[in-house]
Design a binder for this molecule. Structure first.
Ligand SMILES: Cc1cc2nc3c(=O)[nH]c(=O)nc-3n(C[C@H](O)[C@H](O)[C@H](O)COP(=O)(O)OP(=O)(O)OC[C@H]3O[C@@H](n4cnc5c(N)ncnc54)[C@H](O)[C@@H]3O)c2cc1C
Length: 313
């Protein structure tokens, strides 16, 4: 049995959960979904649409605000009770915060950042995506899946809603050492590009900060979020939370338009999961064209205004 740990914030399910359920369905065997928090009925019902054996909830006031200790205490007991062979989690910031501690506490191996699972082995990138390693694990273990490793819409829905069961887990709140303040205030202003459906991303080809408004206009015409390669954020032309790549965000929009981005591996690892990639670059040899679905070789300062004019018609 595979236990998938759902992630949500203030009642809103993180889409990466659905991707992880899709991974578990591909991996085979019965799938159970764990939902932790306080007042989680709506989230449990939402994930219960998936084809799954059941949804198990841990509903406890001590889990109202996420804490690593709270999650480790809760999941440790749940795993002992349910005895899953594998525990799958989305590779989010939250998972990265508690999963290593959980794995250590229950003495199980943890395979992180997987991009696929086949025949019981996991594929995960190494050395900034230059190599793909096949990782085989013996015995019960935990695995985390990169955002966009599997598609949320590939998740199979059940014929009827999965049963929801409350797990009998007691959490000793005095054992929670972290005292969270107002939850993730910073994230309120920060954009979560991993949830964006369309992204217009700019690279050094944009030449100067004053030209960003051209990309902004395209983004506006497309209903897209704006993002960038690292040099643009390093220069302070866009805030850091707009950076895509190995040291920025990993995204999986339906449409990713790359303007004047060469396609360095550190950038590609952050966006190669996009469903459709459109690249505009004046260099026909730019590596971005190797992964682009549509490539336009030319000057972005000619092409983008034409696209905006067409979109606004
Ligand atoms: C440890 C480490 C981590 C890194 N992390 C990241 C990361 O998270 N994200 C990231 O993006 N990078 C990251 N990098 C940097 C990465 O290696 C590249 O340097 C960077 O992605 C290049 O950005 P770029 O494509 O915008 O610029 P360039 O490589 O300079 O490419 C600019 C492109 O624009 C094209 N161009 C120029 N003028 C025009 C025009 N008028 N019209 C159309 N095209 C034009 C050029 O042909 C060129 O292909 C990292 C590097 C290291 C070492």
């Amino acid at each position: 049995m595979i236990l998938v740990v759902a992630e949500h914030r203030e009642g809103k399910l993180n889409r990466a959960t659905l991707e992880t359920i899709a991974a578990a369905q591909v991996a085979g065997g019965p799938v159970k979904i764990a939902v932790l928090g306080s007042g989680v009925d709506a989230v449990a019902a939402e994930v219960g649409k998936a084809e799954a054996a059941e949804v198990v909830t841990i509903d406890d006031p001590a889990l109202k605000d996420y804490t690593a200790d709270g999650f480790v205490l809760a999941l440790e007991q749940l795993i002992a009770a349910e005895k899953p062979e594998r525990v799958f989690l989305p590779h989010t910031y939250q998972t990265r915060d508690f999963a290593p501690a959980l794995a250590a506490r229950i003495n199980r191996p943890l395979v992180t950042d997987c991009v696929s699972v086949k025949d019981g082995a996991y594929v995960r990138p190494m050395f900034q995506g230059k190599l793909q390693a096949d990782v085989a694990v013996e015995g019960p273990h935990l695995a985390t899946f990169q955002i966009s490793a599997y598609r949320a819409d590939a998740m199979k829905n059940g014929a009827s809603a999965a049963a929801v069961r409350k797990a009998s887990v007691a959490i000793d709140a005095s054992k929670i050492r972290q005292k969270p303040e107002a939850p993730f205030k910073e994230a309120k202003q920060a954009v979560d590009l991993s949830q964006a459906e369309r992204i217009v991303s700019v690279g050094r080809g944009i030449k100067g900060q004053e030209n960003l408004q051209l990309a902004q206009q395209l983004a506006q015409a497309m209903g897209a979020e704006i993002a960038a390669s690292r040099p643009i954020c390093d220069a302070g032309w866009l805030p850091m939370d707009r950076q895509i790549g190995s040291s920025g965000q990993t995204v999986a929009p339906k449409l990713y338009v790359a303007l004047g981005i060469s396609g360095a591996i550190q950038h590609l690892v952050g966006m190669k999961g996009a469903r459709t990639i459109v690249a505009i670059n004046k260099d026909p040899e730019a590596p971005i064209f190797e992964i682009a679905d549509y490539g336009i070789v030319g000057d972005l300062f000619e092409i983008v205004p034409a696209m905006i004019a067409e979109l606004n018609k």
